[in-house]
Design a protein around this ligand. Structure first.
Ligand SMILES: [Zn+2]
Ligand SMILES: [Zn+2]
Length: 254
């Protein structure tokens, strides 16, 4: 135990660590950075993470918008593996998230067809449109799950398996189980499963830190699922400790 950390006063915070923006082709165009931050505050959240499909290009704008409102915003990506499994990658800094993004972009084939998949808007913290991402963000990377987890860790991030209760695009849905040698930091259940009942509802997740998240693609869905965190402050380092259950930090099922 770290005595300095252990003596800090611990409080409870509300987190929703899987939110898309208007950059995701399936994300609503109303999901601009400014409005995501405002709606997150309105929903009573203390910490969110921005996880667009295979990209972190709007994360900085949401972080800046969150700063103005006292909302902690972690930069992240929702990466699609070659097995078509989604994993959320969370980072402490925008630089680390962008480092991961470059790794992903180099292994993400194809171009977006906006008429088929939707627009991929890059915006600033005032919701002003800066441009459009041309890549096939909705596609699968050529990376397998092990390569993704290893690179997320090399960039200093945390890797959480997305919506494992869903039949499609999920670790358990696609593979049928969690490979015991896959070094993931946690698993996420969707809003359809109350976190307090996740271990009874979803087979094979015992022993893994478990969170829930809204996976919001529309403003109204932000905070439809959230989890409590007992920690000193809403930040990446404390979240990492809570996932590991270190020094009194922990996840609280709501
Ligand atoms: Zn997903
Ligand atoms: Zn998602």
């Amino acid at each position: 135990m770290n005595p300095a950390r252990a003596t800090q006063e611990l409080k409870h915070f509300r987190a929703d660590t899987h939110i898309h923006t208007c950059l995701s082709p399936c994300g609503d165009l109303e999901m601009g950075p400014r409005d995501i931050a405002a709606q997150s505050r309105h929903a009573g959240l203390d910490m969110i993470a921005v996880c667009d499909h295979n990209s972190a290009e709007n994360a900085g704008a949401v972080m800046r918008a969150g700063d103005r409102l006292g909302l902690a915003v972690l930069p992240g990506l929702e990466i699609c593996s070659r097995e078509e499994v989604h994993v959320v990658a969370l980072f402490e800094t925008l630089e680390s998230a962008h480092q991961m993004q470059e790794f992903v972009y180099a292994r993400l084939p194809g171009e977006n067809q906006r008429a088929v998949w939707g627009e991929q808007i890059v915006a600033n913290e005032k919701n002003e449109v800066l441009g459009e991402n041309p890549r096939l963000l909705i596609g699968a990377t050529t990376l397998n799950l092990y390569e993704i987890v290893a690179q997320v860790h090399a960039c200093g991030g945390l890797c959480i398996a997305s919506h494992v209760d869903r039949p499609a695009y999920s670790l358990i849905g696609n593979l049928g189980f969690i490979p015991p040698d896959l070094d993931i930091d946690g698993i996420e259940v969707s809003f359809r499963v109350p976190l307090s009942r996740a271990r009874e509802s979803v087979n094979g997740i015992a022993g893994y830190p478990c969170v829930t998240a809204s996976d919001a693609h529309f403003l109204k869905d932000i905070g439809r699922a959230w989890y409590g965190l007992q920690m000193a402050s809403p930040c990446f380092a404390e979240l990492r400790m809570a996932l590991k259950g270190e020094d009194g930090r922990k996840i609280i099922a709501n």
